[in-house]
Design a protein around this ligand. Structure first.
Ligand code: GLY
Length: 339
């Protein structure tokens, strides 16, 4: 099954369950492969050695010096802007491949094969590319939708549990944004993700991206749990995974929505049910010191903080506040209690 979306005057096609994506790699294309994925990949013979760029996929390598290495490498090839850069791996690899492809020769073709759940339901979809810069995660980037994204649950079989949970939490987040059967499917899934659920998540995300490709309005709903989540990530010096921080962020958004009387306790319970049922919540091993100033990402304390709150079940809205001490309080409250 495939579906074409229109993002920023480009077509971005999502193809599900095409196990033979590698047959579409052309002689002149280059393939940025996450080294760990490459080592496990059974189809190495389908590529010529000189077209594969092995990328040690970690945040510390999503940088300009690494980009320079890649650009120096690709410049030695006979690669034209009509050829394709492929990115095969998790979100770090798809962000890196996307950014490289958006700048090389002022933009060349881009195809992505996300291999982690997080990349399948979020990073590879919607055209955001990024590098880390000046100690800021995703400090530089571009909007550059991939021409094709190949999604398949077959990659998930070998994914470590912590990686899998990161994606599952983002999937649950998406199921809370608007009326969708994805929420019910997650509840009956027993923590297993199938291709139907991957498709439902992608359709929801791409719908928001199509309506707001440059993240100026309703695409921001996808940031549910992320304002609190980013604060927690920074406060624990990235020792707790992104997904787990977003989970605490969703709980904090629910508690704040409850306190401000946008939702009832019954609705709060229903929203939190998948996180509880799939036993994703946790209590941190160490105490985390949360500074209220972390809510001001650009360090300007006179600015308002944007939050995504609930005003119903599967109904969210953008809320602005500068009362960061209240945000700190709710985050601390949900941090040490397990659902
Ligand atoms: N990761 C959120 C977005 O793509 O907008």
């Amino acid at each position: 099954m495939e579906q074409v979306f229109k993002l920023l005057h480009r077509q971005s096609e999502v193809i599900w369950n095409d196990e033979n994506w590698f047959e579409k790699v052309e002689k002149n294309d280059v393939v940025i492969f996450d080294k760990t994925v490459w080592n496990l990949f059974p189809g190495k013979q389908y590529f010529q050695e000189e077209q594969v760029y092995l990328f040690q996929a970690k945040e510390a390598n999503k940088t300009l010096p690494e980009l320079t290495n890649f650009l120096t490498w690709i410049s030695s090839k006979n690669f034209s802007r009509n050829d394709t850069i492929w990115g095969i791996g998790g979100g770090v690899t798809t962000d890196f491949a996307g950014f490289a492809s958006s700048v090389y020769k002022r933009g060349c073709r881009l195809k992505l094969v996300p291999t982690t759940l997080l990349a399948m339901v979020d990073a590879a979809l919607g055209g955001k590319t990024a590098l880390n810069f000046d100690n800021v995660k995703n400090g530089i980037g571009s909007f550059y939708p991939a021409e094709t994204i190949f999604i398949s649950s077959s990659w998930l079989e070998t994914l470590p549990k912590s990686e899998f949970d990161n994606g599952l939490i983002e999937m649950i987040k998406t199921s809370l944004l608007e009326k969708t059967v994805l929420y019910d499917n997650i509840l009956i899934s027993n923590g297993k993700v199938d291709d139907t659920m991957l498709m439902q998540t992608a359709l929801l995300k791409m719908k928001l991206c199509e309506a707001d490709p440059e993240d100026k309005g309703i695409r921001r709903f996808l940031n549910l749990g992320h304002t609190f989540g980013h604060v927690l990530e920074a406060a624990c010096h990235y020792k707790i995974s992104h997904g787990k921080c977003v989970l605490k962020g969703i709980k904090a958004a629910v508690l704040f929505s409850l306190r401000t009387r946008y939702i009832t306790p019954e609705i709060a319970e229903k929203i939190l049910l998948p996180l509880q049922q799939l036993k994703l919540d946790f209590v941190p091993d160490e105490k985390v010191d949360i500074s209220a100033n972390l809510f001001f990402q650009d360090k300007k304390a006179d600015k308002e903080v944007n939050l995504i709150l609930f005003n119903g079940f599967q109904s969210v809205f953008i809320y602005q506040t500068n009362k960061v001490h209240l945000l700190k309080e709710v985050l601390e409250e949900v941090l040490y209690e397990r659902l």
